[in-house]
Design a protein. Structure first.
Length: 298
């Protein structure tokens, strides 16, 4: 077991050093992957490396799903801007040896006008689309430590051109006395190519820390994530929290990059509904996230 841990730590260290040394400004695609997924996590300022729950956990950190002991099914929808939208499906199934997860994110850019090289009336319409798949494996090595990885598939279509490729996510999580600290390396993989251009995946290193507090009927979960995008040379931070009353109603708040977030969650038996909004300066109205969750034992 110790050899397995050392090997994963070595791989993650090599990835960090290689992107730090060789990472430079490169054309980056699949930007919608940075929009976040899960109304609860977005409401908490986009944090999730150590605080995400259920199937959405391996979107932020593929090791986080190793701590789950229930079956989760998440359905999400995001009303992004104008007629653009994002939808997702995430499923997590614990087993005795490995926790298994599957995820799908679909982003539709809406209808765009198709024009020729000459400035004239549109000759038609087209609708670009992105698709990303997750195949997650995670294992809890002890009550404190979990490791995980996700095999990724990426597909993008713009008019009559397609780009597709494979990628990988890696992560680890350590928890003690209510504290959690985690690290993940996300969207590492192929260079995706169209006929006339190529672009890189939005690779990122994420470090997160959170602390769970329980006082009588109330619980409070503050979280902080720090992200570095090596190809864009950008640092981003995410800060947020959740206040929960009797595990029934939750209020969330946060700050994602330069945008405030807010959210609300309701639980009823094995069902959960979450809503969140994010206020972006460049958009005239907030972006709205909706999530339905089914959670049960196995």
């Amino acid at each position: 077991m110790s050899r397995f841990l050392k090997l994963n730590l070595l791989i993650i260290t090599i990835l960090i050093l290689s992107t730090a040394i060789y990472g430079d400004d490169r054309p980056v695609g699949f930007k919608p992957l940075n929009n976040g997924i899960g109304a609860r996590e977005v409401g908490m300022g986009g944090t999730g490396v150590t605080s995400a729950e259920g199937g959405f956990s391996f979107y932020f950190n593929p090791a986080l799903s190793g701590m789950a002991n229930k079956i989760f099914l998440h359905l999400s929808y995001t009303d992004w801007f104008l007629d653009t939208y994002q939808s997702g499906l995430f499923f997590l199934r614990p087993t005795k040896f490995l926790n298994l997860g599957f995820g799908l994110i679909f982003f539709d850019y809406g209808k765009l006008e198709l024009r020729s090289d000459k400035p004239e009336d549109p000759v038609g319409e087209y609708s670009p689309k992105d698709l990303s798949l997750y195949f997650n494996l995670a294992r809890s090595l002890s009550k404190r430590l979990s490791l995980g990885t996700s095999l990724r598939y990426f597909y993008e279509r713009i008019y009559q051109e397609e780009a597709k490729g494979w990628g990988l996510d890696l992560g680890l999580l350590y928890q003690v006395s209510g504290w959690r600290i985690g690290f993940s390396y996300l969207n590492w993989g192929d260079v995706l190519k169209f006929k006339r251009e190529a672009f890189y995946l939005p690779a990122s290193c994420r470090l997160g820390i959170s602390r769970y507090f329980l006082v009588n009927n109330f619980s409070f979960w503050p979280a902080f994530d720090l992200t570095y995008s090596p190809y864009e040379k950008k640092w981003r931070f995410f800060l947020g929290g959740e206040v929960n009353f009797k595990e029934t109603i939750s209020f969330r708040f946060g700050y994602a990059k330069d945008s405030p977030t807010f959210g609300l969650g309701l639980k009823w038996g094995i069902f959960q509904f979450d809503y969140s909004g994010i206020i972006k300066k460049e958009f005239p109205t907030p972006c709205h996230y909706f999530t339905f969750c089914l959670k049960t034992g196995y």
